[in-house]
Design a protein around this ligand. Sequence first.
Ligand code: NAD
Length: 244
Amino acid sequence: MLKDRVAIVTGGTRGIGLETVRVFYENKAQVVLFGSRKETVEEALEILKKEGVIVKGYYPNLNDMEEVEKVVKMIQEEYGHIDILVNNAGISANKKIEDTTTEEFQKIMDLNVNAIFNMVKAVVPMMKEQGGVILNTSSMVSIYGQPSGVGYPASKFAVNGMTKSLARELAPFQIRVNAVAPGITRTDMVSSLPKEMIEPLIKTIPLGRIGEPRDIANAFLFLASDLASYVTGEILSVDGAARS
Ligand code: NAD
């Protein structure tokens, strides 16, 4: 489904991003994953290599525009084009507002929102010439908020806003922009949250189970592929109908 496409997946070292790398590779894309640190990138590349998945990996500081532009340019020079960008790197929060520092709030915005702005800004000049697909990782909390940890849903509401606005701005250049809004998905992000918070939530999911990274990666595959050629500005919920 992605033959001859070149894809960048941020936050590609584990969880949803790592599975997206696998699914894109299985569908014949050339994939470059980004992670936060040299060690985690090397570890992910090693895991993938053992599975026969051969991809490249980098660890630019996504909040440093110059660094982002440099690595994107390097990838463009090496592969000739970048067709798909998956903005997946993200961090969450669950502290009450009075326990959340300004720095903690800012840190979430920096990665979940500003890093997407930087990545999009870096790829758009090239995509404007050839078309492309930009995919963002939102969350079901971008629809309903969450009981504590206001920075996280706030950042995902912003992701939806960027998705819808950029879809309209970039449509004339044949650049499609969509987001996937996962429900609770089995990754490190969820295992780091208190059991008392997660288990009651899982019980309320109409499909009766937690999401798997592959459920989300398959949605990215659809949106990245030509099957979604007339889909843009969409926030696709992949959450087993867990809407509360
Ligand atoms: P994860 O914690 O397993 O993976 C997060 C990824 O982000 C890692 O690859 C990590 O390297 C990268 N990352 C973290 N900090 C970074 C930084 N400072 N700079 C660059 N990269 C950084 O999480 P996940 O569950 O796979 O989450 C992936 C995306 O899915 C996130 O945007 C998250 O908000 C979203 N999401 C997850 C769930 C869930 O239940 N797991 C639900 C909804 C949305």
